[in-house]
Design a protein around this ligand. Structure first.
Ligand code: SAM
Length: 241
């Protein structure tokens, strides 16, 4: 049995260490690779995530697995809120901090153990990070714990495209992306991991079920680019203990 890295099946700790290594090694070229791999479409997906947010300017907002800070920066531009970026990789956050002087807060931590008090956050966003968590259900439980009653969780993640797009998408993912990873990021294994982590990630309905299981209500999703990505929403019930 082999894992996403083509190695024999690994323990959660080994997988975690390898994911850390992936993002440490691609951090400097991460933004460029995102633009090349998606023809810039990731920017439209992120814009679509942020423009639907409705926030008072005293809201506490956390962008989990925020990487180089795209979502946090977009929220700041739209609302003036200084978003707290949380990421397990200081290398990704360092690359993000060097980009500009947007006033963001940067915190090194893991999604499975967030450094926030119970019921202290109004909104948690998570863009292309959930599939990298070692334990997705634990991360969802942590997100739920930190949200205030009525607080919202919005997750942008690769998902399962409609059937007619699947063959083209798989061909592109398996042939083009690893080669881009080799030539541009000089990390073919990292981008091989990326593709396999997308393929293994639960589809739209399954993920919505995991949200509900973690306690969220008003769980719903909307597809982007025919399901290549999806936005999932969940609210912590106002009366939740
Ligand atoms: N959110 C950014 C974006 O949309 O461009 C970055 C997404 S990048 C694909 C995934 C990020 O998740 C990386 O910055 C990585 O360091 C972070 N990450 C991976 N595992 C994590 C974990 N368990 N807890 C927090 N962040 C994690």
């Amino acid at each position: 049995m082999r894992d996403s890295f083509g190695h024999e099946k690994v323990t959660p700790d080994e997988r975690r260490a390898r994911i850390r290594h992936v993002f440490a090694s691609v951090a400097e070229r991460y933004d460029l690779m995102n633009d090349l791999m998606s023809f810039g479409i990731h920017r439209l997906w992120k814009r679509s995530m942020v423009k639907k947010l409705q926030l008072a300017n005293d809201c506490v907002v956390v962008d989990l697995a925020g990487g180089t800070g795209d979502i946090a920066r977009a929220i700041f531009r739209q609302t003036g809120i200084s978003v707290i970026v949380v990421d397990a990789s200081w290398q990704m956050m360092a690359a993000g901090r060097n980009k500009d002087d947007t006033p963001l807060l940067w915190v090194a931590s893991e999604g499975e153990k967030l450094p926030f008090a119970d019921k202290s956050v109004d909104l948690i966003t998570l863009s292309f990070g959930l599939r990298n968590m070692t334990d997705i259900d634990l991360a969802l439980t942590e997100i739920f714990r930190c949200l205030k009653p009525g607080g919202q969780f919005v997750c942008l993640e690769f998902s399962t495209p409609v059937f007619w797009l699947k063959p083209f998408y798989e061909l592109y993912s398996r042939v083009v992306i690893p080669r881009l990873g080799a030539f541009v990021a000089r990390e073919p294994a990292a981008y091989q991991y990326l593709i396999e982590s997308i393929e293994k990630f639960p589809d739209q309905k399954h993920l919505a079920g995991q949200f509900t299981q973690a306690g969220f209500e008003n769980v719903h999703f909307s597809n982007l680019s025919f399901g290549i990505s999806a936005l999932h929403y969940g609210t912590r019930p106002a009366g939740a203990k």
